[in-house]
Design a protein. Sequence first.
Length: 277
Amino acid sequence: MRLFVFIVTSLLFLTQVTLSQAQIENKTTRSGEWARYEVYYNWGFIWMNAAEVIFSTTDFQYNDANAFRLRCVGRTYDSYDWFFCVRDTFESIVDPISLRPYKFKQRNYEGKRRTINDYTYNISDTTISMKGEIWEDDDERTAKYNLQRKSSPNAVDVLTMVYKARNIDYSRYAVGEEIPITMIINAESYDLYIRYLGKERIKTKEGRIFDCIKIKPLLVDGTIFSGGEDMTVWVTNDKSRVPVVIEAKVIIGSVKAMFVSGKGFQDNLSAEIKRKE
């Protein structure tokens, strides 16, 4: 399910310029937005409908200020749990206009591996307070940290980055350009990039057709991905910039995620090509 977290890297751009907090003004996401995806796993010639992922945005009060609660929940279906059970939750509290993050919470259960992260962003001095634990096995904790780290004001968690990225003006960049980003994963900061690949029309498994923007993120080498540009993402070429198809190679096999349904989008997904009756 980390596939959906890494959607994040599929929505950013800029050559030689770092995406800064001040440059972002939220024009795509609003409270009440909800999107559901189905995830398919391929091993050899077999494609299995393995999981679902749901993104949602709701109003929230943080320190007496208006905020958004961004939430992503991913779970494998019961029929797939015997092979690899996943129960993932990501949650970010952000400013509704700038999308500047205030807090981040991560609870991942993937096979026998458990990951727990809690970040608090200290805006006044650009530090991040981080608490977390990683368990590689049910009874073996391999990492525990409680630290405060100075960070770039542009560095954000993976979920916040997804929503920031949807607000980028893709028309400013040429095909093939790399856009540097800084992302925090398990208390470590990574300098990554997105490669912009232009525009393309794409069809989902259900036969829905969308005019899209195509991108490739640089992935972090880890337990699921082997690193490199092994993911391709198509996001709607409209005001909402919603990811509709994600394809990625993983260490064993490949994964494909498809947008299935949603509501509360800015322009009701105007990039969709309606079928003629």
